[in-house]
Design a protein around this ligand. Structure first.
Ligand code: ADP
Ligand code: MG
Length: 157
């Protein structure tokens, strides 16, 4: 487990880019944290670093969006699991996990039986995201590796 302090949206994007550099087909990143925590901001930075075609935006109304890569490498599949109620529903999306890099927003409780190996980011605002809190407050990001693939997180610094 590695705990990082991320001060700005740009830094959150840069964290996405740093993690993107480690990714290959079959990898899954689970993002948790309240609305406005920075999950999509992270995914945007990750997608830019992967060289995906098309802007990474909040997939809220599509459940899953596939972004092909400009170099033809494994596509980024960006999932918003907010409206899903079980792993079975995630499974029903028929995502080609083996050949894709998958990022799942609102992943908590959705991965049982889907994968045994994933990298999890919990993004927290010190205010807890209360309505009148400053949106620009620094985020605490707790990165946890699940499975042998992510046993060593020393590259995160
Ligand atoms: P989520 O996908 O978790 O709902 P978003 O990434 O869509 O969250 O929104 C996060 C918002 O907070 C963006 O408007 C972003 O610019 C802002 N923000 C301010 N500070 C930070 C920070 N340190 N890290 C990430 N986002 C931040
Ligand atoms: Mg989002």
């Amino acid at each position: 487990m590695t705990v990082l302090t991320i001060n700005t949206p740009d830094d959150m994007g840069a964290l996405g880019a740093r993690i993107a550099a480690q990714l290959q087909a079959g990898d899954l990143i689970a993002l948790n944290g309240e609305l406005g925590a920075g999950k999509t901001t992270f995914t945007r930075g990750l997608g830019e670093a992967l060289g995906v075609r098309g802007a990474v935006t909040s997939p809220t109304f599509v459940l899953a969006r596939t972004h092909p890569r400009l170099d033809g490498a494994a596509p980024l599949v960006h999932v918003d699991a907010y409206r899903l109620s079980s792993p079975v529903e995630l499974d029903d999306l028929d995502i080609d996990f083996e050949r894709s890099i998958v990022v799942v927003e609102w992943a908590a409780g959705m991965l049982d039986g889907i994968t045994e190996t994933w990298l999890e980011l919990q993004i927290e605002r010190p205010s807890g995201g209360e309505p009148d809190a400053d949106e620009a407050e620094p985020r605490t990001v707790t990165v946890t590796g699940h499975g042998q693939r992510w046993a060593d997180l020393s590259w995160l610094g």
